[in-house]
Design a protein around this ligand. Sequence first.
Ligand code: G3P
Ligand code: CA
Length: 279
Amino acid sequence: MIRTTLLSLILFSTALLSSARAAERETQTPAEKLTTSRRVLIIAHRGDSKAAPENTLPAFRSALQAGADLVELDYYHSSDGVPVVFHDKELDRTTDAVRRWGGEKIPLTSKSLAELRKLDAGSWFDAKFAGTRIPTLARSIEVIQAGSVTLVERKGGDAKTCVALLEKHRWTERLVVQAFDWDYLADCHRLAPKLVLGALGSKEITAARLDQIENCGASVVGWNYQDLRKSDVVEIHRRGLRVWVYTVDDLKVAQRLIDLGVDGLITNVPGKMRKLVAP
Ligand code: G3P
Ligand code: CA
């Protein structure tokens, strides 16, 4: 008798738990569903950046072809306040700005969108990409969302402008925003509580830093893989957070990190990593 009652209780609570999980899944946004899924996510760093010039539309299109679960990009504001996709503070390394305008160490934020759009952001990588332009954040997201999910990294610019852009295009629940500046993330969280956020960092992961990450509303910890230990992964998961690592291009290193329990690999070679992890 006792045994039958106990069994019924167990069955009842299991059914309750699975229906609660199903209800939770139904209320999750598409971005939450992706970031809480159990599989290891392959994230193309600056697009498919070994195949095409980083942070350009060809690199994003190539990342979609490679089957990336997410496509990462970096953005700043132009001098007239338009978010544009670019990694460095200065234009020198990946454009013809120095040849065109003279001088050196030309800050991206000193140029208007019209000026930036004149630059060649492809020839430095390969002559076949000559004439490739610096894309706006809006156009880049549009291209990526057609076949993947954008991982927007803020390098410069305020949260209000970013959230307004995402809301205007109804992208707030469909992508992820990450930053090394956790105050920026806290601002994003206040403005758009459903937006999935990733807190970037490196060096030691302490309880205090994880508290800060939780307090700013981030649900993903984006860490330098060289600084991550097994105990960090265990603690991050215990808190209900996810951990993605940057930037991993070696298959053996990637496998070691998967064995450690990471939830996402940020990589310059998404096609190569895709072979390691099934979609
Ligand atoms: O996604 C994290 C990684 O992109 C951070 O480093 O310098 O490539 O933006 P960085
Ligand atoms: Ca980045």
